[in-house]
Design a protein around this ligand. Structure first.
Ligand code: MG
Length: 446
């Protein structure tokens, strides 16, 4: 099919689950048994280049089938779209998906349906970047401020950020871009590691992994907290002893506490000099976060991985609720909404330290931070991307970490593509792994 006439011909979906709960990888105070999963999709076209767009939502096991069903519900909006037009203006599809008047009832702009929109929109960006022959971070950094702003939905934002203000931020952000790109390609983008700190790990394993993080060049690690205060005190002491006084130690409660409890618990850990407390309470509690921030200062407050959309981020910033904004590549409405969130953070001068880990979240979010550095915030100071060292082997273009830094990806696309053999093996329930596992444990699993 001639390039100009090519259309989207298929949206193929897959329920992919990894049995990570067996080793307590990913365990925290609210999620004791996560099986890291991806509701995964592939956009196929009839173009001669045979390029595909890959995207996914991250979930943790049961419910991944629900997430896949939500992606399937969007299929009629995608099939038949002209590829060139879609890739030249991903916002055209974003607006249709967010605006579906019947599906919108299930949100609006939150939850399972919104995550499905994010997966589809991100797949479009993957396809657009592949067609442009650029990694996504470069496609975004090369774009004009006007075009980037055309990709943002300013509905519900203009009391905090107008399109004109966004253009001004992006114009200012471009100054010195070439120099920063050279630095990015040479040094990479700073990361921090959560690998030592899962709640289910023994103190011995925590200490060993903290030492390993130091040896690998990380300058920040993170510990899960919030299940038992005596345990947290013991684990924070072990971690601080392992890394010494100069490494930043973040703590993460995964929404475990009420507001007053968050303040007392965090203060009880203050002697270990935590850098930030992450997700101290419900991600919807804008004013609660503001109270916690006042109560625990100078310890910083961070949240974002479960923040539903740009409107809640706007309020967190307006209310002075957070010191650190932790956007997630696959929670909100894809790249388009994350551009809005990056612009809001720049407007309020709050550093973005993305949530990652899970399945493929490191692969995706590195592109957004690198764009932010090159063409918007212009700084990596107090900015780090979360890193967790599992499941990267299932990706075609996995992240590369050197001396605690993310190397800038070079391959065209959004680094979203999983290996076909991984998709086949871990598809639930019929992939080789799960078919064998379910046969072995028949009748004993929920
Ligand atoms: Mg977290």
């Amino acid at each position: 099919m001639a390039a100009a006439a090519a259309r989207i011909t298929a949206v193929d979906t897959y329920d992919i689950r990894f049995p990570t709960s067996r080793e307590l990888d990913g365990s925290d105070a609210m999620n004791p048994d996560p099986d890291y999963s991806a509701a995964y999709l592939v956009l196929r076209t009839d173009a001669e280049d045979a390029l595909e767009g890959h995207g996914f939502s991250f979930t943790i096991g049961r419910g991944n089938d629900v997430q896949v069903a939500a992606i399937n519900a969007l299929r009629p909006h995608v099939i038949g779209r002209p590829v060139a037009e879609l890739c030249a203006d991903p916002a055209s599809l974003y607006r249709v998906l967010v605006g579906d008047s019947q599906l919108r009832w299930l949100g609006p702009e939150k939850g399972v349906m919104h995550m499905a929109i994010g997966a589809v929109v991100n797949a479009v960006w993957d396809l657009a970047a592949k067609r442009a022959g650029k990694p996504l971070w470069r496609l975004l950094a090369d774009a004009t401020p006007e075009w980037l702003v055309s990709q943002v939905d300013f509905r519900y934002l203009t009391d905090a950020l107008t399109p004109d203000q966004a253009i001004e931020l992006l114009q200012r952000g471009r100054s010195g871009l070439a120099e920063r790109e050279a630095r990015l390609l040479h040094q990479g983008y700073p990361g921090y590691t959560t690998s030592p700190g899962w709640l289910g790990y023994s103190d011995e394993k925590l200490t060993r992994l903290a030492h390993q993080a130091l040896a690998e060049g990380f300058t920040q690690i993170k510990l899960k907290v919030g299940a038992d205060l005596a345990d947290d005190i013991r684990r924070c002491r072990a971690a601080r002893n392992a890394v010494g006084p100069d490494i930043r130690l973040a703590i993460d409660a995964n929404q475990r506490w009420n507001v007053a409890e968050a303040i007392t618990w965090t203060k009880a850990l203050a002697e270990f000099d935590p850098y930030w407390i992450e997700e101290p309470t419900s991600p919807d509690d804008v004013l609660g976060h503001a109270a916690i921030r006042t109560g625990v200062a100078p310890i910083k407050v961070a949240t974002g991985e479960h923040v539903q959309n740009r409107i809640v981020f706007k309020q967190l910033l307006q209310a002075g609720s957070i010191d650190v904004l932790q956007l997630d590549a696959a929670r909100v409405g894809g790249v388009n909404e994350n551009l809005a969130i990056l612009l809001l953070a720049a407007r309020f001068g709050v550093p973005v330290c993305p949530h990652a880990g899970g399945v493929g979240l490191c692969e995706l979010v590195q592109h957004l931070s690198m764009f932010d550095y090159l063409a918007l915030s212009g700084s990596t100071e107090d900015r780090v991307i979360e890193y967790v060292d599992h499941l990267h082997e299932h990706f075609l273009d996995p992240v590369t970490i050197e001396r605690g830094h993310y190397r800038a990806p070079r391959a065209p696309g959004f680094s979203a593509q999983m290996l076909p053999e991984s998709i086949a093996r871990f598809s639930y329930p019929d992939g080789d792994f799960w078919a064998a596992d379910l046969a072995r444990t028949e009748g004993t699993r929920p």
